[in-house]
Write a protein that binds this ligand. Sequence first.
Ligand code: UDP
Ligand code: MG
Length: 323
Amino acid sequence: MDISLVIPVYNEAESLPALHTAIHEALKDVQQAWEIIFVDDGSTDTSLDVLKALAERDSAHVRVVALRRNFGQTAAIAAGIDNCAGDIVVLLDADLQNDPADIPMMLKKLDEGYDVVSGWRFNRQDTFITRTLPSRLANGLISWVTGVHLHDYGCTLKVYRREVLTGFRLYGEMHRFIPVYAHSVGAKILEVKVHHHPRKYGQTKYGLERTIKVLLDLFTVKFLVTYAKKPIYLFGGTGMFLILGSGALMLYLFIRRTLEHISVLGSPLFQLAVMFAIMGFQSILMGFIAELLVRTYHESQRKPTYMVRHFINFQNPPDGRNA
Ligand code: UDP
Ligand code: MG
């Protein structure tokens, strides 16, 4: 298998047949062998039935991974990547907002030597205030923090060489940070403009609250990519910074006490500010420790972040443990 399209599906029944047709139309001139891995993320509508019918009709191309319940888009994508056979992985949404017609152009860019070709929805068709604007700010921030400059992290339509997708697991809302992980293993990344359409059927599953999750995930990704191998640089560095800061404050208060006879205990607001700063730092650091614990938990027990109910059209289901 050369190319695997991985598509997370959560209540997208009406879009699926049109998506399937559009993919065939888009890939008809592509010479390599390709498959579509639809991951049904616990849909409560008829999506799974539609997928079963597609898998039956087009057994050469369509494979379905049905998750036991709704695990979220990131887990669904991870399930698809884990169970696909292609050397090239194409991620896209099921709702027809991404246009499969862009895929051949993106595949060509891989031939030019890139490992990741990232879609950029330059004419994004979503609500401005709750979606497009926060996303723009988030993209700027992510680019700045991670040093991987992309206009559109949130666009699912991206093409990856499989080898840059190994060596990390995806948690939370982290599928959008795959390019950052890929960059950390030396992938060459190109951004290309892709088409984006308004949602025709069904509803978006997200609103403004996702931006907050994305920002929190950004801290984690930055931490993992930069410090996971040497956390003491971060923890120790922060600790030393705090100790020095507190030493400087003590000194200042001591000097004021001796020269001007101003009581050290006399400025409660100041103490409150110091306390808040320390508490803030501590809670962020504890968040990191929690992230590490979550990873230890999953990885020491080889516990996946999703559970597969069954596989359709797989020659050897990857392994029975989880199906
Ligand atoms: N999705 C999923 N599980 C979820 C939420 C969404 O698999 O819990 C899928 C959804 O079916 C779609 C893609 O993820 O294929 C993107 O979702 P959506 O279109 O709602 O996000 P938006 O385009 O509005 O950012
Ligand atoms: Mg969408």
